[in-house]
Design a protein around this ligand. Structure first.
Ligand SMILES: [Zn+2]
Length: 131
């Protein structure tokens, strides 16, 4: 399993980006950061024929190429796609309960931190982490 596949199996957003700086990549990082969504960056060097070939087979020619659970793959800076990502981003304690917040804004309560996370996980990945 390569780095990207490992992240996908864990439901972590993956951003494939080139070595040179990329305006749409930076816009994508900023939007993900603003929503508190964790992601893994995979730098794809010019000579990484294996990864480039895999991405071309998916039909993508333009960086960044992004994968998110329940959304799938897309290319370029797509605020609409980023807005559709469900991922637990933070947890807080109030009113005697633990609350795990999703990147969509919904919150899930539990009597302990793991309960709250489990409820959020059900929401983010209703059928498990799907490709
Ligand atoms: Zn959500």
């Amino acid at each position: 399993m390569n780095k990207a596949e490992k992240a996908q199996a864990d439901g972590i957003v993956v951003v494939f980006s080139p070595e040179e700086s990329c305006v749409q990549c930076n816009a994508t990082y900023r939007a993900l950061d603003a929503k508190g969504i964790k992601y893994r960056t995979i730098t794809v060097p010019e000579d990484d024929d294996e990864t480039r070939g895999m991405l071309r087979e998916l039909g993508f020619m333009q960086f960044p190429i992004v994968w998110a659970p329940r959304v799938g793959y897309w290319a370029g800076f797509r605020p609409d796609k980023i807005g559709g990502i469900h991922r637990d981003v933070s947890q807080s304690y109030r009113d005697g309960m633990f609350w795990t917040r999703c990147s969509c804004g919904d919150e899930f309560a539990g009597s302990d931190p793991d309960d709250a996370d489990a409820a959020a996980y059900e929401h983010c990945f209703p059928e498990g982490v799907a490709r």
